[in-house]
Write a protein that binds this ligand. Structure first.
Ligand code: SF4
Length: 704
């Protein structure tokens, strides 16, 4: 390998997708800096990205060779790859033969590269013959996916990051980009510094770091987002701040939106939201006066039992004002993971089909199965994330293959996930690190290559596809995830998996998109390496990519119009509080940790920011429970309990508490493990869990 060469790659953490220059010196020391030429971050990196070299360098926790046990009573032992593939294929074949294809499932991750995502979908839907392939993106973006489909006809983020600098009003709802999408937020801050008149509205039950830049913070009661967005819609209609021409020519269902918006007066809505009516009117004025309006959101809207309703009611604001398909405007969901968007392109969910084709469409299913040359694709969606672990718990699903994710910490009602994995007949865990709590439940543990150790592509939140090169060799016997998958498929005796490189997988994926809305048949590894990143669609070899969608006001719906949708529920139907469980628990992220800390948890520098989990609570709630800053509290829900230190302030509303979601088992206890508490309720359409709302009680910890 050439020493000190600069390798251009992409950060492996969040969906912003920053460009990184990597170099390796002659002692093997890795250095990372922000890529000055990359359009996303222009040289900037946040604390997590800046410290990626430590993660890539440290192999002490890595899984170095396949490990296996023949029964749960036996310890894991080192085996060869050949033995591992034979065992995996043998068990899968025998379970499928005995219980049918729907008795097995794959649970993967938005951190998988597109090629890996493509292969696991082809393997599952096209050859095993089940749609039981779901992803942790279900916990993150599935409500937004449904929202886009219902509004513009396709899961298509319409804007580019470059629109940020062209906008003059931002509505940031249920997101804390100052901590969770820092480089994107830095672009908004800089834009505001240079243009102080632009308006930033933040909607969040907590006063987060993002609020520091806000002109208006709407500190609503948890779960009242739809009521707020409807009230803003009503103000826009009342004040005639809507784009009548756009609505008439390019949309349908305006009356349904209006009817929904007029269910409550602005004053009634303000009471339900727990904010002044004047603030709602002010937000509407900012939006109505804007020449470029961008709405941004993430888990606060998506992770809800009414996540789809929250999405469509927010989309309605862009349609009312005609703020879509033009510079500096549009609805813009922020993806949590680096390749959540790439996963969606290859149909990486139990309810989706490759190349944004529709699972419910028999013609589409036929096209894809003919292309793959495998089995007929089932029409019914497979198990979604929570359903998959439910089925495992009940014994309906016998075997699960977990790739690059840690459901024991990240899924709601974590104790049930542990029980489900214990009940499973066969668990395969394919990951880079022993730090994953899920690895402890594996019957077969497969060592995967990590960031910098394999090549592939990812797509960020603005549909930008980038190539990630292999820079260093993987430690031990670890293999790229794509290679593990195609070798397993070969061991299952499936045809169509005789790949020799990830590039062949990518070419196949690109070809399958030909003629679709996400057509990237103009891309190849060579083009990405030579010309840099592209935003889809890229339908031919000289096409420059598509930064902004819908500029001709032609949408992807059957009638080519954007669709207003009346939310089905304006009221939140989450778990109710009562005298026993009087507080609402909200969960989320902190600045320097990522997901379940399998990577960031081992970087000392990142632990200096927030080293431990904490329960944020209002001073009044703390006083009522005789809790002081730093005291240990016991938090209980209807499902479990945790102990955690309290952090007291007035930044969070009374009756609401907040617990970060990152921490799992520390020192073999459950200190601050948020998902011991969370509920398994999901949005009925998107099946995204309700992580932001469950009823809890909090009391001071006393030694028994
Ligand atoms: Fe990585 Fe996201 Fe930070 Fe950029 S903003 S460096 S993509 S974690």
């Amino acid at each position: 390998m050439q020493e000190n060469k600069i390798h251009k790659t992409i950060c492996s953490y969040c969906g912003v997708g920053c460009g990184i220059d990597v170099s390796v010196d002659n002692k093997g020391t890795i250095a990372v800096t922000g890529d000055q030429d990359y359009p996303v971050n222009k040289g900037m990196l946040c604390s997590k990205g800046m410290n990626l070299n430590y993660v890539a360098q440290d192999t002490t926790d890595r899984i170095l060779y396949p490990e296996m046990r023949y029964s749960r009573n036996h310890p894991m032992q080192r085996v060869s790859w050949d033995t591992a593939f034979k065992r995996a294929a043998g068990v899968f074949k025998s379970i499928i033969e005995k219980h049918g294809p729907n008795s097995v499932g794959f649970y993967v991750s938005g951190q998988c590269l597109t090629e890996e995502y493509y292969l696991v979908n082809k393997l599952t839907k096209g050859f095993i013959g089940t749609n039981n392939i779901d992803t942790n993106s279900r916990l993150c973006m599935s409500s937004a996916v449904v929202g886009y489909k219902k509004t513009v006809g396709e899961d298509s983020v319409p804007i580019a990051y470059a629109d940020i600098e062209l906008a003059d009003c931002f509505l940031i709802a249920g997101a804390n980009p100052a901590w969770c999408h820092p480089i994107l937020f830095r672009r908004i801050e800089k834009h505001k510094e240079e243009n102080p008149d632009i308006k930033i509205i933040v909607v969040d039950p907590r006063k987060t770091q993002t609020c520091a830049s806000a002109d208006l913070h709407l500190q609503i009661l948890p779960g009242t987002d739809v009521i707020l967005f409807n009230a803003i819609a009503r103000c826009l209609i009342d004040k005639k701040k809507i784009d009548k021409k756009f609505i008439k020519q390019h949309t349908v269902n305006f009356e349904a939106c209006k009817e929904s918006a007029y269910q409550l007066s602005v004053r009634q809505a303000a009471e339900k939201c727990g904010i002044p009516a004047e603030d709602i009117r002010r937000a509407a004025k900012y939006i109505g006066d804007a020449s470029g309006f961008i709405s941004m959101w993430t888990m606060g809207l998506n992770q809800s039992i009414i996540g789809v309703d929250k999405n469509v009611s927010l989309f309605n604001l862009s349609l009312l004002t005609g703020q879509i398909g033009k510079p500096g405007s549009g609805p813009f969901s922020l993806t949590g993971q680096p390749n959540a968007m790439g996963g969606r392109e290859v149909g990486g969910m139990a309810s989706l089909l490759a190349a944004h084709k529709d699972l419910e469409n028999p013609e589409h299913r036929k096209e894809v199965s003919n292309f793959w040359g495998g089995k007929e694709i089932q029409a019914a969606p497979g198990y979604t994330a929570t359903e998959m672990f439910d089925a495992l718990d009940k014994g309906d699903l016998k075997a699960i293959w977990v790739i690059c994710t840690n459901p024991v910490v990240s899924m709601p009602n974590a104790k049930k996930i542990e029980r489900a994995l214990k009940n499973a007949s066969f668990v395969v865990v394919q990951d880079i690190s022993h730090n994953s709590e899920t690895a402890a439940y594996a019957d077969l543990l497969l060592p995967a290559a990590g960031w910098l150790e394999k090549e592939g592509t990812m797509t960020n939140s603005e549909r930008r596809i980038s190539y990630l090169p292999k820079v260093i060799d993987a430690p031990g016997e670890a293999l790229p995830d794509a290679e593990i998958l195609w070798k397993f498929a070969q061991a299952m005796d499936y045809g169509g998996f005789d790949y020799e490189s990830a590039s062949e997988v990518y070419d196949e994926h690109c070809l399958l998109t030909k003629g679709t809305k996400i057509d990237i048949s103009g891309l190849s590894y060579d083009r990405l390496k030579e010309e840099g990143s592209f935003q889809w669609p890229v339908p031919h070899r000289t096409h420059p990519g598509t930064p902004r969608l819908f500029e001709d006001k032609t949408f992807y719906t059957g009638d080519k119009k954007a669709h207003f949708n009346a939310p089905k529920n304006i009221y939140n139907k989450s778990e109710e509080t009562n005298t026993e469980f009087p507080l609402i628990l909200n969960t989320g992220r902190v600045r320097d940790q990522w997901h379940t800390r399998t990577k960031t948890g081992k970087v000392n520098r990142l632990l200096t920011h927030i080293p431990q989990p904490y329960l944020e609570m209002n001073k009044v709630d703390a006083y009522l429970r005789q809790l002081k800053e730093g005291d240990i509290a016991v938090v209980k829900s209807r499902r479990g309990e945790v102990q955690v230190k309290v952090k007291i302030n007035y930044d969070i509303r009374e009756s609401v508490v907040f617990l970060p979601m990152h921490w799992g088992k520390i020192l073999n206890n459950d200190f601050g493990r948020a998902n011991n508490l969370t509920s398994e309720l999901v949005d009925p359409i998107s099946k995204e869990p309700d992580f932001k709302y469950c009823a809890v009680q909090v009391a001071k910890f006393t030694k028994k």
